[in-house]
Design a binder for this molecule. Structure first.
Ligand code: SF4
Length: 164
């Protein structure tokens, strides 16, 4: 898959110590994007998914995987593999997406890999970054329109459920 980078031991992309994969490529083009260098689909570097999984699992202190970007759902198959490997190893999975949960649910109806990624996600931080809604006071998100959702309960009910 194409990645903008990976980070070990992040404490800002979800709770605990996290292994973070910044997927390269994003179609959303938000004004004021915080990671503009991650937007071009041909940018970043090519990494073997199995190698990323080995790196993720090499640190016993890691609590979870965070998929960020860029747009993880633009590389849904590879990100689903990462998320499933993390879950199988007992790690929790946070996924950041510029798509809303409702958009992802619609996408999942015709894209099995999007459904796989959604199903392997514990917490979904959804929605595009909206500059006029920006706030530095929000935990784990950049603008007020974005939501921190319980992906399991949202998927089971077919409607967005905020993290408890
Ligand atoms: S979704 Fe994120 S990475 Fe994509 S353009 Fe918006 S802010 Fe940038």
């Amino acid at each position: 898959m194409r990645v903008a980078g990976t980070v070990q031991d992040s404490i800002v992309d979800g709770p605990g110590f996290r292994y973070v994969v910044f997927a390269q490529g994003c179609p959303h083009r938000c004004e004021g994007c915080h990671n503009p260098e991650t937007r071009e689909p041909d940018g970043g570097t090519w990494r073997d998914v199995a190698g990323i999984i080995r790196e993720m699992l090499s640190n016993p202190l890691t609590d979870g995987l965070t998929l960020s970007g860029g747009e993880p759902f633009a590389q849904a198959r590879d990100c689903a593999e990462l998320a499933e490997a993390a879950r199988n190893a007992g790690l929790n999975v946070w996924t950041y997406s510029g798509y809303t949960f409702e958009e992802l649910l619609a996408k999942s109806a015709s894209e099995p890999d999007a459904l796989r990624l959604l199903a392997a996600t514990d917490i979904l931080v959804d929605g595009r970054f909206v500059l006029s809604e920006r706030s530095l006071d929000l935990a784990f998100r950049g603008s007020r329109n974005q939501r921190v959702l319980d992906a399991k309960r949202s998927l089971a009910s077919g409607a967005a459920v905020e993290r408890g």
